[in-house]
Design a protein around this ligand. Sequence first.
Ligand code: MN
Ligand code: MN
Length: 152
Amino acid sequence: MADNSATFLMSNMMPQAPNNNQQTWANLENYARSLVEDGNEHYIVCGSYGKGGTGSSGYATTLASDHVTVPAHCWKVRVVLPIGNNDMSRISSSTRVIAVNTPNDNSLSSNWGSYRTSVDALESATSLDLLSALPTSVQTTLEAKTDTGPTK
Ligand code: MN
Ligand code: MN
C-alpha cells in the first residue's frame, strides 16, 4: 500500500543505530511480514523524537555537519486488519495495534516485543494525535492498550 513506501522513506531518512535498524526493527519487520502472509494488511505510522543517539561510533546529536538530527527514539504503530474492504469501519476496539518505542542506542535488545508501548504513550512523547481518523471512542480504547500478542 502507499503508506508502506512512505514508511520506508521515513525510516531511510532517520539515522538509526545499526543494531536498532538491523536487529530490533528487522525482527519486527519479519514478524509483520508473517502477519501479512497470514492474510492481514497493516496501516503503519512511524517517526522519531528527541535528540541524541548512540550508533556504532558513539553518541551523536547530529550528522552531516549538523544537517541531520540523530533522534533519541524511533517509534512505529501498526494497525493489523484481516484483508478486506471498508477498512475504517472494520477497525474496532478489539483490533490489534502494535506500538513500539525503541531507544536509538546500539546497546538495545534485539527483542522488539520488549519495546511495546501504548499509542497514548507515543502521543504524549511526540505531541501528535495518532490514529486521528478513527472515532474518538475507538481511539480511546485502542490507544490505551499495549500489545501482548505473539512476537514471532
Ligand atoms: Mn490518545
Ligand atoms: Mn489519537
